[in-house]
Design a protein around this ligand. Sequence first.
Ligand SMILES: Nc1nc(=O)c2c([nH]1)NC[C@@H]1CN(c3ccc(C(=O)N[C@@H](CCC(=O)O)C(=O)O)cc3)CN21
Ligand SMILES: CC(C)C(=O)C(=O)O
Ligand SMILES: [Mg+2]
Length: 297
Amino acid sequence: MSKAVERPRKVTIAKLNKMRRQNHPITVLTAYDYPTGLTIEKTHHNHLNGIDIALVGDSLAFTALGYSSTSQLTLDEMIHHCKAVTRAATTPFVVADMPFGTIGVSDEESVRAALRLVQEGGVDAVKIEGGLKQAKTIEKVVDAGVPVIAHAGLQPQRATQTSGFRVQGKTPKSALSIVQDVKAVEKAGAFAILLEAIPPNLGKFLTEMVQIPTIGIGAGNSTSGQVLVQPDMLGSFDAFKPKFVREFGNVGKVTMEALDAYAEAVRSREFPSIHESYNIEDTQWREIEEFIRSHEN
Ligand SMILES: Nc1nc(=O)c2c([nH]1)NC[C@@H]1CN(c3ccc(C(=O)N[C@@H](CCC(=O)O)C(=O)O)cc3)CN21
Ligand SMILES: CC(C)C(=O)C(=O)O
Ligand SMILES: [Mg+2]
C-alpha cells in the first residue's frame, strides 16, 4: 500500500512557544523574494527541522534594492516583496518588518499598514522596531488580530538618530532602558522579541526575564533563537559586514566564478556545445536549405 507523501506542518506560534519551553533553539532567516523564500521552504522538505521563521526584513532595502538606508523602503515595496516570499514559503511562519514611517504617525496608520501586510502580503505576523514608546502601538496592532514581534536593542531604522549601527546595552543606563523596553512590549502582547547587537550577558538576562521567545542577532547564544540575513550568511552580500555575521557558505564567490566562466565560454565559442544544441541530420539540413533558397525572393 502506498502512503501519501506527508507535507511538512505549518509552523505556528504554539510551536514556537513550545520550542522556547523545551529549550529547542528557534531558527530564523530573512527572505526577500520567491527564490530566497523557496530556499527556506526547501529546508522543511529536505529534513525534519527546517528554518522555523522566514523574515521579510527591511534589510531588503540594502540586499534586494540597493538603497543606502532602510528608511527609503516604502510600505508598497515591502508588500510587493512579501507577496513573492509567501508564494514560496508556505511551511515556515512568515513575518514582515513594518517599514520606516508606518510606526509613529498614528496607531490607526500602523494598524492599517499591519493589516495590509497580512491581507495583501500574505504574512502571518509583523515585526515592529521599538520598546516602551511603541508599546501602545504594538497593543493596537495585536488587538486588530496581527501577531507582533518587537525589536529591541539596536534599531536600524533609528541609525540616523543614533549616528550609525551601534552596539546597545553596554552601559547600566542603556541596559536598563532595554530591560524596560522588553518588559513593556511583552506586556503589550508581543508574541516574541528580537534582540539586536547587545552583550550576551544582557541577551541571557532578558531571555530569562520574559515568558515569550527571544530571537537574537548579535545577542549571544542564550536567546531562544537566532536570526541572520540570508545573503550575509550565504556570503553573497558584502557592502557591509556586522560582527555578528558568520558566512556559512560563499555563494558570492561561486556566483562570480560561474559568471566569469560563462563569459569566457561564450567568447571562445566553446558554449554552446553540440550537446546543448537542437541537432538535425546533415541530409535534413540540406533539404531545408534547398527549400529556403528556392523560395527566397
Ligand atoms: N545585510 C544586512 N545585514 C544586517 O544584519 C542588517 C541589514 N543588512 N540591514 C538592516 C540592519 C542593519 N544592521 C547592522 C548593520 C551594521 C552593523 C555594524 O556594522 N555594527 C558594528 C558595531 C559598531 C559598534 O561597535 O557599535 C559591528 O562592527 O558589528 C550592525 C547591524 C543589521 N541589519
Ligand atoms: C536584521 C534583521 C533582524 C532585520 O530586522 C532585517 O533583516 O531587516
Ligand atoms: Mg529590519
